[in-house]
Design a protein. Structure first.
Length: 419
């Protein structure tokens, strides 16, 4: 186990390159199961979750090979096998194996997913979707067993706007007989990315990125080559870090449209945000206005950025309120920020943040984005060293974090954690 050490107080300066989106990658890899020939994915992030997914596909019999940020997946000899335990438990996104295996083989047995469980995260909408397509779903000793003699298209209304359920239903419905429509679908860019891959594999999906998605099932799907969209959450985290350190950073290789909510909130605080074709420049200011932030489904402000945003709001002159309408209690970063001297209290779904300087402390990342919040906080502290334990969570979503920050001038390093 390692810990991350941050000696802050230096404005970040320079350019950071953003890699492919983790939350797309973990859906695109299982989507390849639906093809009957080789799928090549480019621009994959080098993250533990992606590596684990590759290993799961290998266990199922797929040929998997890496070269740089490209993965080749040959699913032609892949077979459906029960996966009650093991690697599936390491990833929340292993739930996409349900939709993909169901679509290709009509059956799947998958252990209930693990991953960043910052609060109960039900999958009832995924199951509702599979059942609507004609599958029988049962919970057997902590594993979900899904079986369908024949998948038939259906009209599915999601009671909760869910990224995972939208994608899982798209996966299964791509190989169902007839037409499926998903109403109240999630609109995240990752959903469009998955639909783009599936269509390149021969699926017929329309409307991805809107609240109604229409999927006409096809009998067979084939391989293709696809390049993953940039990681908007990683990009947003660097935008926040640049602002928090009063730096001047170009975030390169992004789709600025995906960053609109983030950019708007930074501008409201007094940060200069300069959008270019595929990059965004962030120029910090000496003082920031306090603001209100509401984390919502896309195109609203991303819940995955609310934790690092909390750290930035400690740098504003006054009281900010951050409310998460996606998760009711995603605030595991707050007690750690309080250890660093932050004036934050949680009331229901909201964090009330009183701006003020932070101090170095020994803190622990309880999940991926909580970890990102602590890194941002540490970067603002000019004296002492902030020690962040739980680096393995941060590694799930930020590749080359230390290298990237060092290139921007930060004094950051990893050390062996105390026993
Ligand atoms: C995805 O999770 C992301 N993960 C999460 O990113 C992200 O926080 C989340 O979407 C919201 O944007 C991946 O893409 C792998 P949801 P997902 O289903 O799909 C409730 C990160 O830090 N819900 O859109 O699992 C749920 O409890 C991670 O990178 C149900 O009630 O999220 C939540 O309140 C963490 N029933 C809301 O909907 C369901 O069946 C949105 O969840 C499904 C979800």
């Amino acid at each position: 186990m390692e810990k991350l050490m941050v000696r802050g107080g230096r404005p970040l300066r320079g350019t950071v390159q953003i890699s492919g989106a983790k939350n797309s990658a973990v859906a695109l890899l299982p989507a390849a199961i639906l093809a009957e020939s080789e799928v090549v994915l480019d621009n994959l992030p080098q993250l533990s979750d992606v590596a684990v997914y590759g290993e799961i596909l290998e266990q199922l019999g797929a040929g998997v090979s890496w070269s740089g940020d490209t993965m080749r997946i040959d699913p032609s000899r892949l077979q459906s096998a029960p996966m009650p335990d093991g690697k599936v438990k390491l990833l929340r996104a292993s739930y996409y194996l349900m939709g993909a295996l169901l679509g290709r083989f009509g059956e799947a047995v998958i252990g209930l997913p693990g991953g960043c469980n910052f609060e109960p995260r039900p999958i009832d909408q995924h199951i509702k979707g599979f059942e609507a397509l004609g599958a029988e779903v049962s919970n057997e000793h902590g594993s979900i067993r899904i079986f369908a003699r024949e998948l038939r298209g259906a009209k599915i209304y999601l009671d909760v706007v869910s990224v995972g359920a939208t994608i899982n239903i798209m996966l299964a419905a791509s190989r169902a007989k007839g037409v499926t429509t998903i109403e109240n679908a999630a609109k995240e860019p990752e959903i469009i990315d998955v639909a783009t891959l599936l269509n390149a594999m021969g699926a017929r999906i329309k409307g991805a990125g809107t609240e109604t998605i229409r999927i006409e099932g096809v009998e067979a799907m084939h391989g293709c080559r696809h390049s993953i969209i940039p990681d908007r959450i990683q990009a947003g985290t660097y935008m926040i870090a640049a602002a928090a350190t009063r730096g001047d950073v170009v975030i390169d290789g992004v789709i600025p449209k995906h960053m609109e909510a983030m950019s708007a909130k930074l501008v409201e605080m007094g940060v200069q945000v300069i959008e270019m074709d595929e990059s965004i420049r962030i120029v910090g200011a000496p003082t920031y206005e306090p603001i209100d932030v509401r984390a919502l489904v896309y195109p609203g402000f991303a819940t995955d950025l609310q934790s690092p945003m909390t750290s930035l709001l400690t740098q504003a002159s006054g009281v900010s309120i951050l409310t998460d309408y996606v998760y009711s209690n995603r605030f595991k970063h707050v007690p750690e920020l309080v250890r660093m001297g932050a004036g934050i209290r949680v009331e229901g779904r909201s964090a009330i943040i009183e701006g003020g300087p932070l101090n170095a402390a020994k803190v622990r990342a309880a999940d991926l984005r909580a970890g990102a919040a602590l890194v941002v906080a540490g970067l603002t502290v000019p004296e002492g060293v902030t020690e962040i334990a739980g680096v393995e969570y941060i590694d799930r979503g930020y590749d080359n974090l230390v290298e990237n920050l060092r290139r921007l001038g930060a004094d950051v390093w990893r050390e062996q954690a105390d026993a």
